[in-house]
Design a protein around this ligand. Structure first.
Ligand code: NAD
Length: 356
């Protein structure tokens, strides 16, 4: 089988972590007889320098023609003074809307070997945590009507939260489908006690639930969910929520696992097309020093194998190789603790590749 992957190394540590991830995927292709065809394209600061545009048309076209997109990270100090619509991060919004990526998946998993990095008290950390946050990505307040006007209280500004039945239905279907492959527990997070948009959201989730009688569905208001996440993260399996609530809750969940360098993400569109990237940024403070943790990007590639290509066994082989590296005591600087073996980006990539 052949799989076409558009690769955007990006800026800062992006190219470093992508290099290691490609080594891991190449090893998977050898071991499992799969053919991955990588097309490297530019976006972000690298594309501004080369083409004067953070998301050149050629890049978007190459991504559309692929089955999956693997992205390092974009951005950096060099481009910080550019106006908003010319900045590297603009490429991310362009890719999300251009590829119609409406479903964002962020797993937050606390690995046994990294339990000490969890900022929660030991009882909560000891219980473990394995949450999949399913966040709507192309609707809600981040895309709604907004504006400013003068009022007698001075200048005023507004943003609008709006969701249509179909927007909620398609993300809810994804969340229920994912719950089916896990512990079959889904918590819908909204603010239906206050917001009309949340009341529609909840009604649609309840409609979709009729087709999934085997999934245990419950509802939680977002303020309670934020609290429960740090009180007892183990209670959650799959968490479904809106664009804005998901932005906040997925960052909260990620911090519980200790390091930003460990966390992958997937953004899915129609027909299996997906974009896979670590949740961290381009980390300009550590770029070019061979100290960045490549695991978040490597685990993003594992998500690509599972969600875009349906290669579950291969995805598990990647995750197992990461777990073995951690259990053997290898650590990049961000997850290092006394008594462990400190390694750089390339060495961590090599060890994980060899573990496959
Ligand atoms: P960041 O995630 O790049 O870095 C935050 C901190 O975490 C830094 O101290 C960094 O050294 C550390 N860190 C991040 N990834 C790491 C890794 N893999 N290994 C070890 N340490 C790691 O966030 P920031 O500093 O706020 O942003 C830097 C640039 O990245 C900005 O231009 C921002 O706009 C951009 N950004 C891009 C994306 C993306 O491409 N998806 C996401 C977030 C931020």
């Amino acid at each position: 089988m052949r799989y076409h992957i558009a690769v955007i190394p990006g800026d800062g540590i992006g190219p470093e972590v992508i290099d290691e991830t490609i080594k891991v995927l190449t090893r998977i292709s050898e071991k499992f007889s799969r053919e991955f065809i990588f097309s490297k394209v530019s976006a972000g600061g690298a594309a501004i320098d080369k083409y004067g545009d953070p998301l050149p048309k050629g890049t978007l076209d190459a991504c559309k023609a692929s089955e999956a997109v693997l992205l390092g990270a974009v951005g950096g100090w060099k481009w910080d003074s550019l106006p908003g619509d010319k900045r590297p991060e603009r490429a991310l919004l362009g890719l999300r809307s251009g590829l119609e990526l409406f479903c964002n998946l962020r797993p937050a998993k606390l690995y046994e070997a990294l339990k000490d990095a969890c900022p929660l008290r030991s009882e909560a950390a000891d219980a473990g945590m394995d949450i999949m946050v399913v966040r709507e990505l192309t609707g809600g307040m981040y895309f709604g009507d907004r504006g400013r006007k003068q009022t007698e209280m001075g200048e005023a500004a507004w943003d609008t939260e709006m969701y249509s039945y179909e927007e909620v239905r398609r993300i809810a279907v994804r969340a229920f489908d994912i719950a089916k492959t896990r512990q079959k527990r889904l918590v819908n997070v909204d603010k239906a006690n206050v917001l009309e948009s949340s009341r529609l959201w909840r009604a649609v989730v309840l409609d979709v639930a009729k087709s999934y009688p085997d999934i245990e569905l419950s509802h939680m208001y977002v303020d309670n969910a934020a609290m429960q996440l740090i009180r007892d993260p183990k209670q959650f399996d799959v968490l479904l929520t809106t664009n804005m609530f998901g932005d906040i809750l997925s960052d909260e969940a990620s911090q519980i696992t200790g390091s930003i360098g460990m966390l992958p993400s997937a953004s899915l569109g129609k027909d299996g097309l997906g974009m896979y990237e670590p949740i961290h940024g381009s980390a300009p403070d550590i770029a070019g020093k061979d100290i960045a943790n490549p695991i978040a990007t490597i685990l993003s590639a594992a998500m690509m194998l599972e969600y875009s290509f349906g290669l579950k066994e291969e995805a598990k082989a990647v995750e197992d190789a990461v777990i073995k590296a951690l259990n053997d005591g290898y650590r990049t600087g961000d997850i290092y603790s006394d008594g462990m073996k400190k390694v750089g980006t390339r060495e961590m990539g090599r060890i994980i590749t060899e573990n496959i």
